[in-house]
Design a protein around this ligand. Structure first.
Ligand code: 2AM
Length: 180
């Protein structure tokens, strides 16, 4: 079984900007720069033949490239919050692409959860026992003006994700270009 997801990889400058945002926050375990991405479709654990079907379905997706801007910092989850993320400026082309990928993955036989797509880049997963929430909330308020981009999105990527005690390792499996 392979844990996999489709995501938009981020340009170096964007990851550098996110790195600065992470450094300004009291985060015990920031997501390392090479793992920063914007998830489009989480596929969960798949047997290899099914993942191959998803790959073929993704290869057949036609969508146009677009510009994307990251904006704002926030948390997901309450009592206690689970993660810190950078948000995304509302983007119809991104939603269109995400819907197409979800449809393609389902058409190929993958089970993709039906939840509302909230585009974001996760900056850290929080340990509820060690997080100083008031301090983190103050730091996030201080970073309210965060903005990175716009940057061009010219394709999306299929990643495999291997979890271990040291954290997740994401390996690129395939890249799919978007049209110009
Ligand atoms: P996250 O950034 O919001 O945690 C690799 O783990 C990627 O898949 C992460 O970007 C993660 O989203 C996403 N992911 C992990 N589990 C998920 C789930 N059950 N539903 C949706 N996305 C998930």
């Amino acid at each position: 079984m392979i844990r996999a997801f489709a995501a938009i990889p981020l340009p170096d400058e964007t990851r550098a900007a996110l790195g600065l945002a992470q450094a300004a926050l009291p985060l015990a375990r920031p997501v390392p720069p090479e793992n920063l991405h914007l998830t489009l479709a989480f596929l969960g654990e798949l047997p290899e033949p099914l993942l191959e079907e998803v790959h073929f379905a993704f290869s057949a997706v036609h969508a146009a490239g677009f510009d994307l801007t990251l904006q704002g910092l926030g948390m997901f989850g309450t009592h206690p919050p689970r993660s810190v993320h950078a948000g995304v400026v509302e983007n119809a082309a991104l939603r269109h692409l995400q819907a197409k990928l979800e449809q393609a993955a389902r058409g190929a036989g993958a089970r993709v959860e039906r939840r509302r797509f909230t585009p974001h880049v996760t900056l850290a997963y929080l340990n509820p026992r060690t997080t100083d929430l008031p301090r983190l909330e103050r730091a996030l308020a201080g970073g309210a003006g965060f903005r990175a981009g716009p940057f061009p999105v010219t394709g999306f990527t299929l990643f495999r994700s291997d979890l271990s005690r040291g954290g997740a390792r994401h390996t690129e499996l395939a890249r799919y270009p978007l049209s110009a």
